[in-house]
Design a binder for this molecule. Sequence first.
Ligand code: SF4
Length: 725
Amino acid sequence: AADDNRPDKWVKGVCRYCGTGCGVMVGVKNGKAVAIQGDPNNHNAGLLCLKGSMLIPVLNSRERVTQPMLRRRKGGELEPVSWDEALDLMARKFRASIDAYGPDSVAWYGSGQCLTEETYVANKIFKGGFGTNNVDGNPRLCMASAVGGYLTSFGKDEPMGTYADIDHATCFFIIGSNTSEAHPVLFRRIARRKQMEPGVKIIVADPRRTNTSRIADLHIAFRPGTDLALMHSMAWVIINEELDNPRFWQRYVNFMGLDGKPSDFEGYKAFLEDFRPEKAAEICRIPVEQIYAAARAFAESPATMSLWCMGINQRVQGVAANNLIHNLHLLTGQICRPGATPFSLTGQPNACGGVRDGGALSHLLPAGRMVANPKHRAEMEKLWGLPEGRIAPKPGYHTVALFEALGKGDVKCMLICETNPAQTLPNLNKFHKAMSNPESFIVCIEAFPDAVTLQYADLVLAPAFWCERDGVYGCGERRYALTEKAVEPPAQCRPTVNTLVEFAKRAGVDPKLVNFRNAEDVWNEWRMVSKGTTYDFWGMTRDRLRKESGLIWPCPGEDHPGTSLRYVRGQDPNVPADHPDRFFFYGKPDGKAVIWMRPYKGAAEEPDAEYPLYLTSMRVIDHWHTATMTGKVPELQKANPAAYVEINAEDAAAAGIRQDDTVVVETRRASMELPARVSDVCRPGLIAVPFFDPKKLVNKFFLDATDPASREPEYKICAARIRKA
Ligand code: SF4
């Protein structure tokens, strides 16, 4: 009897949650998933966090969308409909809109949770088939600033290192990341590194005292929005204490001035005078010694690794903040060596693979190509067999503008896939109104019926979920890994690749453009499209991905092992073997990376007399994103059942608020009652809310101001006030 539940077989895959991309093995018995464990051969070495180890109840949940559902009139109920009627109607609506109003009246809004193959097909249908660049997705909300940072500093997106750098780093500079809750398996690896090598230093810069900061040697609880001043000041200390590495920067770095024109080291040094530590300490409201200590540890460590996430990216200065992290590495030569690297963390299992590498944002084309570049458009037109000029030269709407266009009626038909914008967009009251536009036609491909966005859907299509279909995820370290089909989906749930192909054909897209029988066909075309680019993963055949637990690109040949260190001669296949220099930043015209002088600017909305507190959003370890999945696991739901507001004890006492009191939180956009958690987690003057709870849509609080370069919204800061209810 003890063996009753022992799986008949184990099938390899990738965790469905965060961008760490842990490898999993799904245990199957009698055609049903019954167990999960970590893949010992993937980067996570068999480890999973609590969420990942509880994925099976999510897959087997009865609360699934199990058939297509149609709302026959706005305001009516969703009713079951046949696939034929659903696809016909959808194709008719999209085609009619394109014919009457042009291709830019339709849009795809995708996700870092779709498989690479799904995103690739959608991108091809919309940009190549329909002729619109209105292709964006939720990675715009979380990592667009990291993309902008890599592109402007190095000329190419994505990190140069891998997770294995954690095992070599002797100093960690963690800023704007609560790694312990958002990326638990990586945090465990960092903590273990410190345990094994007591000399390893950890600096955490975060206005909140998180579980991550509890293992830090130095916790810098800076005032929200002052990260640029902090990092410029660290650079000042590094230069003025001669801790920089001139041999590195003289050979491999250009300096760019405030005006975007070339400058030099002396110009940079003069610029940093405005960020002398005493002054920066005042701006950041931290002890000045912390700036000196952080700068010295960063520069003097044999190998420093920076890790950052939404705290840096979700800011109106997100790209600039990314640049400043890269500046510190370029100034000290802490780069392109094992353990010495800037390394952005990412939130979703396939934001890097499908959306970033696959070019499924409104300004991108696959494999690092850009919409605005005529050569890149011509390359993609040739690869996709399109007539010349088919791909529109103008980028489409970025996320915030896309939903604004939906509200105004400029975009009439939108296909939303595996994401929940009615909970995740900022300034939600505005965008709920936009999604209620009676002229719009919104289709959602969504596995879970309680996703808030379905309240605005005219048509819901039922997808095969996670290991009910096969496909590739690309995680935060440039690693592509295959999730193999382990079980059959519910009878009326279809793989999204098939849904997209069928929709495109019915909507009049040339069938040759979507001549895919399955996900493997799509993958093989995607490999071909990457071939010869600096993203090359031609060598990642489906067979190899079946046998191996992920491969890291560039990987140009079937016998190529993948690339752990980019930009390094002898490691990165894009650097010629006979290149005269050891490092070559081939994304830049002269092969040199850039140290940027970026002006210090605070948040888009600072506290004032009316709204005197900073409000920030945060994650909790038990839930992932909008909890449509983790909310199905009783243990996780019980651990963190509902949203709350975290308040510093000083602020709580001043407002007469006690633990568990109901508190009214107000911003200029919304007001909401939440239970209070009083502690020392937030610095005084800061309150924080988690965004997982569908009953408390806390993103209503935040404004939809975006970084002018990345167009990523500022979820991390706005002005707020509180009072006891
Ligand atoms: Fe899944 Fe992320 Fe946890 Fe790994 S760390 S098991 S990818 S949720």
